[in-house]
Design a protein around this ligand. Structure first.
Ligand SMILES: Cc1cc2nc3c(=O)[nH]c(=O)nc-3n(C[C@H](O)[C@H](O)[C@H](O)COP(=O)(O)OP(=O)(O)OC[C@H]3O[C@@H](n4cnc5c(N)ncnc54)[C@H](O)[C@@H]3O)c2cc1C
Length: 564
């Protein structure tokens, strides 16, 4: 299996997945490695325990620079954050340049979190900003820099309304506001922040609209520009050096360099060093292959600090066959997760889940990565989801939030379970049987595990009948009976999307060094930046990752232009 074929379905819903432009983007991805010193480890070790993944900053002799360009603001990365920065810079007449190592803009992420937009207000869904702030900080166990978070809380409405106008004008798509469900009965707060453009994942997407907007302003994106190091001295960044088809190009940036190079999920060496839990519970690759942490490394070489607590974005949808364990296959930079289905959306429905011993081990109705983290402590790091022929009614009653709701919406429109799960049923990864005994055999439960599994189903049915989960406290409306054939079962691990721990920044997105000083001339936005998340992604603040990335990118351009 190559990395190129590994990233397929974000939605895990056949038709919607097929519609995603994201897959096309990957085939156009040709990240280049300039020389041996820039390979993932560089073959070098800094000598400090646990930092061999960082390698050392490459030496590039002046004579090896084939050309030098001058600009005002240099934006590196044409994804969510970088495009918002560049399109804003174009609007405000800034002198800027945007560069990306790929041959096209990054995939658009549809779910966009914005606080108190005109749409939210019109729908009578005004969000309590302080409550939202405290909720996000609770997920990070207090590590959220509230000043950094406030930029999203205060400016995301303006940012979304700006981009929405561009998208609606260019595509004719309509705005869809997702009204958040009331989750208070299981202890989470879900503010209504998620905005999307319908029809989802089809036609011209937001990132292409922004690209077009930049081009209409007479600018173009410098594709095939791979950042290899920053130009820096005495705590100040003045430019960057790129590897291009024409050799090394140095770009001097008098107004600063913005790193918008994404996370490091596609760098298994960094992942294993910084996020050991991931290899204990992830089975599938949903990340973008271009997000390899190379931008983060350049800033660390220039003296930047990075979050100390990692934060992966993991969804509970990495469907795998019987007997497959979570964790990387292979080692080094080519290591990859075993799953061939990258997201089966059904995995996010809170049906009964058991471990390889046939027993429940967690409340299945929590943020996506909760069951993944719990499964890291179970045999093989995987769990098995079970449901029956009543699944459509169950899913309707579960009323999930965020992208798990894609299954809900499809069911409400009359989709059949077998169609929604075709990508897993057809290759035999999801099992379907007329009796529970038969299902248990197909799922690999043998001996004591089979008896435990059958007893667990009985117990779960009792909990459903009593409408009270005495074992794990799942909300009554998310319990379901398992009595009506056909019965379905499927093993899952987590699917890794991205990483959202990154470079330490302040509220102006200026990168800080290890002593908390501003590194002059260096900004970071989006997944390569940190200071917001730790341990887990605040899943019920739907679209926060994309919303904050865009808002941060736009903020930097507005600040430099004196528009804030
Ligand atoms: C499949 C998937 C679906 C998601 N869906 C959602 C969603 O719906 N809502 C949501 O809120 N979040 C979603 N996320 C998370 C969200 O995508 C990110 O948090 C956000 O888009 C990050 O934006 P970014 O600008 O930091 O990075 P990206 O948008 O990933 O852009 C990074 C860019 O940097 C470039 N780059 C990297 N290294 C270099 C280098 N060395 N030199 C030059 N260029 C470089 C890359 O080519 C890329 O174009 C999703 C993530 C995935 C993987």
């Amino acid at each position: 299996m190559t990395k190129e074929i590994s990233r397929r379905s974000f939605l895990g819903l056949g038709a919607a997945a097929a519609a995603m432009g994201s897959m096309a983007a990957l085939s156009g991805c040709t990240p280049k490695t300039p020389d041996a010193s820039l390979s993932e480890t560089g073959g070098q070790d800094t000598g400090e325990a646990g930092t061999s993944w960082l390698g050392t900053e490459p030496e590039i002799a002046e004579g090896d620079i084939t050309s030098t360009e001058e600009t005002g603001l240099l934006i590196i990365g044409a994804g969510t954050a970088g495009l918002a920065a560049a399109a804003t810079a174009a609007d405000l007449g800034l002198d800027f340049m945007i560069a990306d190592k790929n041959t096209m803009v990054q995939d658009t992420r549809e779910y966009f979190g914005a606080v108190n937009t005109k749409y939210t207000k019109e729908a009578g869904q005004e969000v309590d900003k302080i409550r939202t702030m405290n909720e996000i900080a609770r997920y990070s166990n207090g590590r959220t820099n509230r000043a950094v978070l406030k930029v999203w809380l205060d400016e995301s409405a303006e940012c979304f309304e700006w981009v929405d106008e561009l998208v609606q004008k260019a595509t004719g798509k309509e705005l869809y506001l997702e009204i958040a469900p009331d989750l208070t009965d299981h202890g989470y707060f879900a503010p209504t922040v998620n905005h999307m453009h319908a029809p989802y994942y089809s036609g011209v997407m937001r990132n292409e609209v922004l690209q077009q907007h930049i081009e209409e302003a007479g600018q173009s994106i410098a594709f095939g520009y791979e950042l290899v190091k920053l130009v820096h001295a005495d705590g100040k960044v003045t430019g960057a050096i790129f590897n291009t088809d024409a050799g090394y190009v140095q770009v001097n940036a008098k107004d600063g360099v913005l790193l918008a190079t994404g996370g490091y999920a596609a760098n298994p060496i960094m992942m294993e060093a910084l996020q050991p839990n991931v290899s204990k519970c992830v089975t599938a690759n949903s990340y973008s292959m271009v997000c390899d942490g190379s931008g983060i490394k350049t800033a660390l070489w220039a003296g930047a600090a990075m979050d100390e607590v990692p934060c992966p974005m993991i969804f509970n949808r990495g469907a795998v066959d019987v007997g497959v364990d979570a964790g990387y296959i292979g080692s080094g930079e080519d290591a990859i997760f075993p799953g061939t289905i990258f997201q089966l959306n059904m995995g996010s429905q809170p049906f009964m889940a058991v471990n390889r011993k046939g027993v429940r081990f967690t409340n299945e109705s929590l943020p996506y990565d909760n069951i993944c983290n719990a499964s890291a402590m179970q045999p093989g790091g995987v769990w098995c989801q079970i449901f029956d022929a009543n699944a459509p009614e169950d899913i309707d009653r579960f009323a999930q939030a965020g992208c798990a709701r894609l299954t809900t919406d499809a069911i409400r429109k009359g989709a059949a379970i077998d169609d929604l799960c075709a990508s897993a049923l057809e290759p035999g990864i999801m099992k379907k049987a007329d009796t529970l005994e038969e299902l248990a055999d197909m799922l690999g439960f043998e001996g004591d595990a089979k008896q435990a599994f059958l007893a667990q189903v009985e117990r779960y049915n009792e909990l459903y009948d009593a409408q009270q989960d005495e074992d794990f406290g799942k909300e009554p409306h998310r319990l379901s009976a398992i009595r009506k054939a056909p019965f379905y079962g499927c093993w899952y691990g987590g699917s890794l999307l991205t990483t959202i721990d990154g470079l330490t920044i302040n509220e102006e997105m200026q990168v800080l060094d290890t002593e908390g000083n501003i590194i002059e001339g260096l900004y970071a936005a989006g997944d390569c930046s940190g200071s917001l998340f730790a341990g887990t992604y605040p899943e019920y603040v739907v679209g926060l990752a994309c919303g904050r990335s865009s808002t941060q990118g736009r903020h930097i351009a507005r600040r430099i232009a004196g528009d804030l």
